[in-house]
Design a protein around this ligand. Structure first.
Ligand SMILES: O=c1ccn([C@@H]2O[C@H](COP(=O)(O)OP(=O)(O)O[C@H]3O[C@H](CO)[C@H](O)[C@H](O)[C@H]3O)[C@@H](O)[C@H]2O)c(=O)[nH]1
Length: 303
């Protein structure tokens, strides 16, 4: 039995679907603050509770669980700056709470959703796993502290881990309002025939990885032992280029509106994914194909 925290969320729900496809038994733990009931795979058991809940073992039968895939988190970078205590409460103490139940009930493996946000402004590109850790937000720091708690529990209690540092994940079910993913925001705007806003000159770059590929990495990580691994594409895409790809896919006739650059964000970043490749994982869905899928999905849900 696998416990997926955040299994009703954007990334977590795709992981649950893939686990079920591969015949695993799944329990979802989600408090539906940002997760969505509609994302819940009906073949999974669903527990509506918070990862900070000290009585979780009254709600979940931890004795049945072999692996925890920990995706539940406060995921908004900008709100972590506004409210670092809330961010730390969920991302640090929530993670520690889950680890405590793992210790208590002898659960031997955790797969953890970490983030490109731990690195901060790159010293070199592409960023590999040995790059210095210099987060620029409480979110980046809380993800890193989560990683370190997991490594501590490995040293103290032998709990095995796979830490996956995701780059910018996009795909179906990413909420254009809630989760601040530029791809879903641009698609949503263009489908409404509104002009997307580009912050700064649009030459800033990111590494956009498709959610299905991220889900696949989590399934493969069931066999990775004590590894910290970048999950991205190793490709750098500017916001301007992204705008044009989406514009062509939708046939949008308007232009972008250029606004002030967003403060406190990195300019260029993309990940070195050699380590993931050496472990047998590689991204399969390229940006154009992934965008096509999100456009189709958004056309069907909203309008
Ligand atoms: O309307 C928008 C939204 C974003 N951007 C730009 O697009 C780039 C990407 O922005 P996102 O908000 O999509 O993502 P971030 O790079 O800020 O990344 C953060 O948000 C991501 C959400 O997909 C992940 O959580 C990731 O871990 C976290 O660092 C940035 O340069 C941003 O300025 C725009 O130009 N216009």
């Amino acid at each position: 039995m696998i416990l997926v925290t955040g299994g009703a969320g954007f990334i977590g729900s795709h992981i649950v679907d893939k686990l079920i496809e591969n015949n695993y038994d799944v329990i979802i733990l989600d408090n539906l603050t940002t997760g969505n009931k509609n994302n819940i795979n009906p073949k999974a058991e669903f527990i509506n509770a918070d990862i900070r809940d000290k009585d979780l073992d009254k709600k979940i039968n931890f004795k049945d669980i072999e692996v925890v895939i920990h995706q539940a988190a406060q995921i908004n970078v900008r709100s972590s700056v506004e409210n670092p205590i809330y961010d730390g409460d969920i991302n640090v103490l929530g993670t520690t709470n889950i680890l405590e139940f793992m210790r208590k009930y002898d659960i031997n493996k955790i797969i953890f959703a970490s983030s490109v946000g731990v690195y901060g402004e790159p010293n070199y590109l592409p960023v590999d796993e040995n790059h210095p850790i210099n987060p620029l937000s409480p979110y980046g720091l809380s993800k890193y502290v989560g990683e370190e708690y997991i490594k501590l529990y490995n040293r103290l209690y032998g709990i095995e881990y796979a830490i996956l540092r995701y780059s910018n994940v996009y795909g179906e079910r990413q909420d254009p309002k809630g989760e601040a993913g530029v791809i879903s925001i641009f698609i949503d705007k263009m489908l409404k025939n509104e002009n997307p806003i580009i912050f700064g000159d649009g030459n800033q770059t990111r590494d956009f990885v498709y959610v299905g590929d991220v889900a696949k990495a989590n399934i493969m990580a069931l066999n990775w032992k004590n590894e910290t691994v970048n999950i991205g594409t190793g490709k750098e895409t500017s916001v301007n280029k992204l705008f044009n790809i989406i514009k062509n896919e939708i046939g949008f006739k308007g232009n972008a509106i250029y606004d002030k650059p967003r403060e406190g964000e990195v300019y260029r970043i993309y990940l070195d994914i050699k380590k993931a490749e050496s472990l047998g994982w590689e991204p399969e869905v390229d940006l154009k194909e992934g965008i096509k899928r999100v456009v189709n999905w958004m056309k069907n849900i909203n309008r």
